[in-house]
Design a protein around this ligand. Structure first.
Ligand code: ZN
Length: 452
């Protein structure tokens, strides 16, 4: 029984003394405040830590100032304070203590004269800046622009907008606000707005980052009450489709080799660059997975298309059949699980062995399923232009290429010709086939998107 009483006593004492004072969430050293009759009186000089200036302290008065936003001339004995040179509030002299030429003020009164927020809970007493709270951020695709709307519980002190340097987008610094949660992040599934995130940068400042999927031309801003609105005009036409062209192989991976030593990786790149050039002034945005001789993992090639929210993905390759160098002609592949032995053989040569990775591929395919008819459509268009340009056409096939499986958008893999065939190789070396295949691909893309 005695033991129990002692522990109860200890518990009560501990819980009473464990209550601490926090200023903007930071613990205040207890020799800066006085506890009297269950009330806490804080030394006003301590507010300097929050950026306040304390002036003219005498037994009769003191002045509190914060930037240009707040001032309080306080007369404890006269029981009055003048706020921002205009408003007066009445006080009680018992809420003040003047000790060793220092003023100590009761927390709830200090909150009033310093424009702070005061509250207490079981852990302690808290004095914080009175900050507007971030309520929501959202982005909307309008007909001709992107609109970002930020809502706050009250008007922020001010905000500043800076363009991002590494990626297209903006950084908005908002002052006098806080985020109720630790941070805010939202993904957008469209090609013009990738992501919006916000975080508390310092005690009174939040940073909102808007990451765009394309370059912005300019913005206009609007602020009313607790709302900041940003209208962003994009350089790209919102209606322009996006195509990603993927020249196969690269760097240490040369791909197929011709009899004269021509490398698949080089010809694929040349055709891709030429295609981009042809489409330059058309209403299509063209991106390449590589524009130099470098190696990119298959997954990352697809990721480029996914990040850009591409509408079409075309992987460019050249075939080889060393057993018979007279074999030639074009083949187009789109993704599907295939039982065709030949298609499997080609897929294995260009990629990883699908037998080991079927589970991974299968999970992605579920997402991809809807794009298969569109991929097939592109394969048929390519076939049409290949035949029109008098290149022997061999087949369109469903196959299990990783690079096709990982892309979310419609995707085809185009085996232009057989580099193992000497006539084909010579035509690539002369540049004739580079131009011809670039033309075939560019025209097919234009027909696919119905662009003139
Ligand atoms: Zn290849």
């Amino acid at each position: 029984m005695r033991k129990l009483l002692i522990s109860i006593f200890l518990l009560i004492t501990l819980s009473f003394f464990s209550k601490e004072l926090y200023l903007q969430w930071k613990k205040v050293d207890n020799n800066n405040y006085i506890e009297k009759n269950n009330n806490i009186f804080l030394n006003i000089s301590y507010l300097e830590k929050l950026g306040y200036i304390i002036m003219g302290t005498s037994e009769n008065m003191f002045i509190l100032k914060l930037d240009d936003t707040w001032s309080a001339v306080v007369f404890p004995k006269a029981e009055v304070a003048i706020i921002n040179s205009s408003e007066s509030i009445s006080l009680n002299s018992e809420d003040f203590m003047y000790i060793n030429k220092k003023y100590f003020v009761k927390l709830n009164i200090l909150a009033k004269i310093a424009n702070l927020e005061y509250f207490k809970n079981s852990k302690g007493y808290y004095l914080n800046y009175k900050l507007a709270k971030l309520k929501s951020i959202d982005g909307f695709l309008m007909k001709d622009r992107l609109r970002i709307i930020m809502e706050f519980s009250a008007k922020p002190e001010k905000f500043e907008i800076y363009p991002l340097t590494a990626v297209p987008g903006y950084l908005i610094k908002v002052f006098g606000v806080e985020i109720p949660e630790v941070s805010f992040s939202k993904e957008f599934n469209n090609k013009f707005l990738s992501r919006i995130k916000a975080m508390q940068h310092s005690q009174k400042e939040i940073w909102v980052t808007i990451i765009l999927g394309a370059e912005a031309k300019k913005y206009t801003k609007l602020e009313e009450n607790g709302r900041i609105m940003l209208d962003i005009e994009m350089t790209e036409d919102f209606t322009k489709p996006v195509v990603v062209i993927d020249p196969g192989h690269g760097a240490f991976d040369p791909g197929a080799l011709g009899y004269l030593g021509t490398r698949e990786k080089d010809m694929a790149l040349k055709v891709a660059l030429k295609t981009k050039e042809i489409l330059k002034n058309k209403n299509i945005r063209v991106y390449l997975t590589r524009d130099t001789d470098k190696f990119i993992e298959l997954y990352n090639r697809a990721k480029i298309a996914n990040d850009l929210h591409a509408d079409l993905f075309i992987s460019i390759h050249l075939n080889s059949y060393l057993e018979n160098r007279s074999v030639r002609g074009s083949e187009v592949y789109y993704f599907s699980f295939s039982d065709d032995k030949y298609a499997r053989k080609i897929a294995r040569k260009e990629n990883l062995d699908m037998n080991d990775n079927k589970d991974i591929i299968q999970s992605r395919v579920i997402e991809k399923k809807n794009s298969i008819p569109e991929s097939k459509k592109m394969a048929e268009i390519l076939k049409k232009y290949i035949e029109k340009n008098k290149i022997p056409f061999r087949s369109t096939n469903a196959a299990e290429f990783a690079v096709l499986a990982y892309t979310k958008c419609p995707a085809v893999l185009f085996e232009l010709e057989f580099l193992s065939n000497p006539i084909v190789e010579v035509n690539f070396i002369s540049g004739k086939y580079v131009d011809l295949f670039a033309k075939i691909i560019a025209e097919s893309i234009m027909e696919y998107f119905n662009v003139k």
